[in-house]
Write a protein that binds this ligand. Sequence first.
Ligand code: MG
Length: 392
Amino acid sequence: MRITALQVDHLALPLDPPFHANWDPVPRRHAPATVVRVLTDEGVVGVGGGDTLAGVEAHAHVLLGTDPCTIERQVRRLEGIDFHGPRPWPIEAALWDVFGQVTGQPVARLLGGATDVLPAYASTGAARGPDGHAEVATHLAERGFRAVKLRLPAGDRAAAIDAVTAVRAAVGDRLELMVDLNQAWRMPGDLTTSIDVVAARRFLDALAELEVYWLEEPLQGRDLAGLAALRAGGRVRIAGGELHRTIADADAALAADAYDVHQPDVVLAGGLWRGRSFGERALAAGRRYSPHTWTDGLGLMANLHVVAGVGGGPYLEYPYDPQGWTPDRRDFPLHTPVEVDDEGLLHVPATPGLGLVLDEARVAATRRGGWTARLDGAGEPVVATHGPEGPR
Ligand SMILES: [Mg+2]
């Protein structure tokens, strides 16, 4: 089997009303998504997504004409693209989708098949007051979720602790509570500095009294020594690593004892194959492996297959905020949004590959542009860009 073309569509869904993410000073008026299709000479089409692939077209020719199912060789090609250009990992997800279809297996089975089901945690995104957080958490508990993550203001500890106190009072022990301070990285243009170890420790002491399950990104991401010092207290698990750029970065954090819960996202750092290997190393070291999935339904599914394959968790991030970030917005390129069952569980699709079914009409209606890389009649690689009308 050979790859004959890569086809990429950049999509955007208008958000009215806009979504106010706690970590982004700019209200989000569009939800972007990118869909990549790997086309083969045997008619099998693999689908992936979860990052923009913007600029990858300059390097895409190295994949044309190669066997999509030789994963280690493909990962090495993609690592070359990653080194010299943008993150290419949604393409590797699409290669796994091909491999799963060819072998007739869900990707999670090919990656180990440790489980077919994982408890989700509802990962909320909006800033709100204590009553608002309590109201949302109550809704989530009634919806069947077992855990929720709150985004809280690092610069206002009193307000943050009030919010967790209100949520704990509202839901008792029906939900595990995670807290994300989003201090590891910043959106472009956001010049706010991170809190320091002393301020983070005060958070940690208060959150320990409220039996918070983990505290995420309490410090800037490169402060591995500071994170390890916080961890050493042992009162609340420290989570982080969601925007690692490479698996080497994740390994450095593991070696530095920076986190109890490691969160590298397989479509943003290293891909599914290397992500699975990292997850195994983290688990062997006695740490938790629970990747970031806050991209879209395509990225969420790629991470679900890896975590189920290697047996990570115990919870997987399910981006869901009933006030602004709903499954139909998050998963708009898909025919059916990824849903959690009424016991708060995410199920790995039993269908071969990643189990992604595109809503082609929605893809066409939200397409802003894209590109296709293919071999011409003489076997030479050609890249053609397209507009909203789609590839010709
Ligand atoms: Mg986070």
